[in-house]
Write a protein that binds this ligand. Structure first.
Ligand code: SAH
Length: 239
């Protein structure tokens, strides 16, 4: 498909979304446009940048990202950037969600802890690919809205709560995978303690200059690997 033709098809899809409004996106007409947008998102933003885990790509194709963004941003839901979700927070760029999910190396058997539920989009991606997801959000209205959204969408393997992620979720530990979608100045010890042996953590770390790192635990020793540089909202401390 040549570039101009592709651009005009994407334009038409966005127009359909804009005219239909969020309430009509589930109609069979709207779904065709949304499916096209998802396919383009996966091909051009995610596969093209090297994410290749077929389960991750399938999850990103299957989940309606527009259902996680505020109404005024619905037409931009599949674009290549983060979007505001209120309270100064953002839903991450699709590529970053896919990259971080791939780094979790999920095979469907894992118990996952997520810090920073936000809109619940990353939570939905994880819940599609893992056995159980525990997710903590510190901003109450965001946490409550995300929990309602996820249960309305039919997810049965998500435990969501409002609280401070620095403490983790001790009653649910140990976790095979821990993923942070807000950046702490350094990795909190409580979260390291809640990793299972052979567990993996995927996290942005740092204040202004942040690195996306993976931390693996094996026989009690930790290995850290830096993946790339990123910009996430800060992981704040509860009062
Ligand atoms: N994964 C989210 C991205 C949300 S942005 C999504 O897909 O939409 C990061 C979120 O982390 C914000 O909602 C922010 O409020 C939350 N957060 C920041 N510090 C936190 C903490 N200490 N504990 C739990 N959540 C926190």
């Amino acid at each position: 498909m040549n570039g101009n033709r592709h651009r005009s098809i994407v334009g038409i899809c966005i127009l359909v979304l804009a005219c239909a409004g969020p309430g009509m996106l589930c109609s069979s007409k709207g779904e065709t446009a949304v499916d096209h947008l998802k396919e383009m998102m996966v091909k051009k933003q995610i596969e093209a940048r090297g994410v290749s885990d077929s389960r991750v790509l399938a999850a990103m194709r299957s989940i309606d990202r527009h259902r996680f963004v505020p109404d005024q941003h619905v037409t931009a839901a599949y674009e290549d950037h983060p979007l505001p979700i209120g309270y100064g927070q953002t839903i991450s760029q699709p590529y970053i969600v896919a990259l971080m999910t791939e780094l979790c190396e999920l095979d469907g058997s894992e118990k996952v802890l997520e810090i920073g539920t936000g809109s619940g989009y990353q939570t939905a991606v994880l819940a599609t690919l893992a056995s159980e997801v525990y997710s903590i959000e510190i901003i109450e209205p965001l946490g409550k809205a995300a929990a309602l959204r996820l249960s309305t969408m039919g997810y049965k393997n998500i435990h969501a709560r409002v609280g401070d992620g620095y403490a983790g979720w001790p009653e649910g530990a140990p976790f095979d995978v821990i993923i942070l979608t807000a950046s702490p100045p350094e990795i909190p010890q409580a979260l390291i303690d809640q990793m299972s042996d052979n567990g993996i953590m995927v996290a942005p770390v740092g204040d202004f200059n942040q690195e996306l790192v993976t931390l693996t635990k094996q026989g009690g020793s930790l290995t850290k690997r830096t993946i790339t540089y990123v910009r996430f909202v800060p992981m704040v401390r509860g009062r």
